[in-house]
Write a protein that binds this ligand. Structure first.
Ligand SMILES: [Zn+2]
Length: 148
């Protein structure tokens, strides 16, 4: 099993700061109108200006909406840790970061039944799957009260 940073790869480049003891999602802020986007993009979706600055997003936000994925998605394109034998329903949704943007995310939770819109969520960056002998690192949001 991979254990050192050298054996870890982010699931995609440019989504979050890595390696880091305090990883942050990387968004972009339009220098013309101030709109924040995630993932970062050069061209503003609001005003079409091509003038943005990369910013680190807030670690905490509130659950804006979510849904429960009750069956194993088709692969490809889905690339998750589950098999038909061990699949458990999981939540996906959007977390609203104050004064920034809404982030589409998989939700990590110990109790899927306790999720509710408006609850406080925090960024978690950790191993998601293994691929070619390396740990693939991804981001999630988890209820703050589970992290205490
Ligand atoms: Zn703009």
């Amino acid at each position: 099993m991979a254990t050192s940073v050298a054996d870890q790869v982010p699931i995609a480049e440019g989504l979050f700061t890595w390696p880091s003891n305090d990883p942050r999602l990387i968004g972009s802020k339009c220098n013309n109108c101030g709109v924040v986007t995630f993932p970062a993009q050069n061209s503003c979706p609001a005003c079409s200006a091509v003038d943005s600055t990369s910013i680190e997003l807030a670690r905490r936000g509130t659950l804006w909406t979510f849904t429960i994925q009750c069956f194993l998605p088709n692969r490809p394109p889905y690339e998750g840790p589950e098999t038909p034998d061990n699949f458990q329903p999981f939540a996906v949704g959007y977390v609203e970061l104050p004064d920034q943007t809404r982030v589409e995310t998989r939700i990590k939770t110990n109790d899927i039944d306790k999720l509710h819109v408006g609850m406080e969520m925090e960024l978690v960056v950790e191993k998601y799957i293994e691929r070619d002998g390396k740990d693939v690192i991804a981001y999630f949001f988890q209820p703050v009260d589970e992290l205490a």
